[in-house]
Design a protein around this ligand. Sequence first.
Ligand SMILES: Nc1ncnc2c1ncn2[C@@H]1O[C@H](COP(=O)(O)OP(=O)(O)OP(=O)(O)O)[C@@H](O)[C@H]1O
Ligand SMILES: O=P(O)(O)OC[C@H]1O[C@H](OP(=O)(O)OP(=O)(O)O)[C@H](O)[C@@H]1O
Length: 215
Amino acid sequence: MSLSIALTKGRLEKNTVALLEQCGYGIESLKDKGRALVFQDTKKDVRYFLVKSNDCITYVVHGVADLGIVGKDTILENPQDYYEMLDLECGKCKFIVASLPENDLFHKVGHIKIGTKYPSVAKDYFLKRNMDVEIIKIDGSVELAPILGLCDGIVDIMETGTTLKENGLVVLDTVHEISARVIVNKAAYKLKREEIMNVLQDLQRMVNQNVKKDR
Ligand SMILES: Nc1ncnc2c1ncn2[C@@H]1O[C@H](COP(=O)(O)OP(=O)(O)OP(=O)(O)O)[C@@H](O)[C@H]1O
Ligand SMILES: O=P(O)(O)OC[C@H]1O[C@H](OP(=O)(O)OP(=O)(O)O)[C@H](O)[C@@H]1O
């Protein structure tokens, strides 16, 4: 049976495509893609498509994609009905809480405002700490919000830490480690189990090899 795999475009794309290539899959068209969005594997009965991270989950939940490759950040923000099967150990970054140094949230009394692209993750984090905060959804350049006084702190992704540093913000806590994950549609996991397990095993083998190499 044929498989469809939704790949997150953008930052995860290069690593994902490299991993599929390492597995020996026929992904030439993905490497030289132009503006195309759907790609047929030249060696296997697999079709790939490139989508935004939240849409990757939508396609998998609706069964249009059997598998998806997406960041743990997106998974934590969209805990829907799918299986999370594999950590690809790439696209590594983390969710952090940050603020201006003089605005330490954890010692602030009174109303606290948090700016974030990830309202659900942020809400969960502060609820677990019994802190009643107001979450303000921001779509980008999140580091700007506390500087301009829109909020007291942020929950955002940090990779190298450069953006925080260049904007004078400091990390107060780590919320969650992030890496790329493989998610699987629940019905497909039953109906196409053998095909899906083959892909998962191929990927796992390469991840193990890469992790060993990096040690
Ligand atoms: N420095 C980083 N900032 C954001 N995401 C990162 C970073 N490093 C790795 N990632 C991972 O890459 C995934 C895709 O991020 P990318 O910025 O390409 O798309 P996006 O989050 O949809 O943002 P945009 O709306 O800017 O396209 C994230 O969901 C996350 O798992
Ligand atoms: O720790 P760093 O390596 O500096 O990376 C982290 C930055 O990258 C992401 O933003 P992105 O570039 O996706 O832009 P955005 O602000 O439009 O979301 C993230 O939201 C941080 O701002």
